[in-house]
Design a protein around this ligand. Sequence first.
Ligand code: IPM
Ligand code: MN
Length: 377
Amino acid sequence: MTAERYEIAVFPGDGTGPEVVREGLKVLGALAEGDRARWRATEHPGGGQYYLAHGREWEPEGEAAARSADAILLGAVGWPGATLPNGDLAGRALVLGLREGLDLYANVRPCKLYPGVLHRISGEYREVWAPRNVDLVIVRENTEDLYTPARGRLRRAGATEVAIDTRVITQKGTERIVRYAFELARARPRGAPEDGAKRVTCVDKANVLEGCRFFRETFDRIGTEYPEVERDYAYVDAFTQWLVRNPEHYNVVVAPNMMGDIVTDLAAVLQGGMGFAAGGNIGERHAMFEPVHGSAPKHAGHDRVNPFATFFAIEQMLRWIGTTRADPMLGALADRLERAVARTLKEGHARTYDQGGRASTSEVGDRVAEAVRGAAR
Ligand code: IPM
Ligand code: MN
């Protein structure tokens, strides 16, 4: 069999995005050593800073590359003062635009705590949750809910009188995200840390909101097709407490877009903070992977932010390519990357400022690249 070469369209973006992407590409390069190159990563400009300099969010070539690539890797977008004429974030084309344009309907955010990772609670660094108790995935609907363009302002004589966001929950959107969650629970090798159960928890506000009632009905209907997967329910407000108190109960969680956006940031605290949180924006044919911490303008240019989220985004990307293209080699490389990351974290010598350490972004990248080479031997 002749191995394919996969095209990866890379958008470093704004602020600290290029710094973490640089380390990600370093690690990706180390993974490819000693092997025929299985991918080609091509960088493209874009984002808020690019908009300020060039008057457009990205180039037509970048947009075309995103469409034709086997996978997309995004650093981060957003820069102070970079706003489109309509008030939207400049750079949104690379995040919300790709989610809409490529119909990346599943926002898949794994939340796993690795040994050696600390939590910053009340300003102190501690081990709060036992690593074996945090291993869940939040599957967030990524194309509708409050994120649809069904919004606007009623202005009279230039003054806003009413601002409206409409919450849109569709049958198609709900069915496919719920199905994604059940398929994932079925495929994951391990169930919930608490009891090993394959479980999908539906997070909503079905006690009040009509869209959530519909979301939950759909969850129940689709869920009956997966008898081996337990159906579990949580109102979003209660879920926030339970997640913090008993993360071991959760395996796969599914939520509508806006609630999913909020609870995934909370979940990131369980895994050590936003510096470790990665997400895949996944559709039928396309997918974009990103560290979810954002561009962090105040840290930009200091080589100090935590690049682990980008390594996890790359791991997730390799697994996705491997699965969708039926190429087990990519899954094996993702395993190797995960082992290298886990080993580096456990040793505790690669701690950036957010972990109470002094390591720089590039030092952490060097260590993980070295560990990747070690894992190959
Ligand atoms: C995320 C982010 C985005 C979102 C922003 C940057 C538009 O918070 O990916 O979670 O709201 O989805
Ligand atoms: Mn968010």
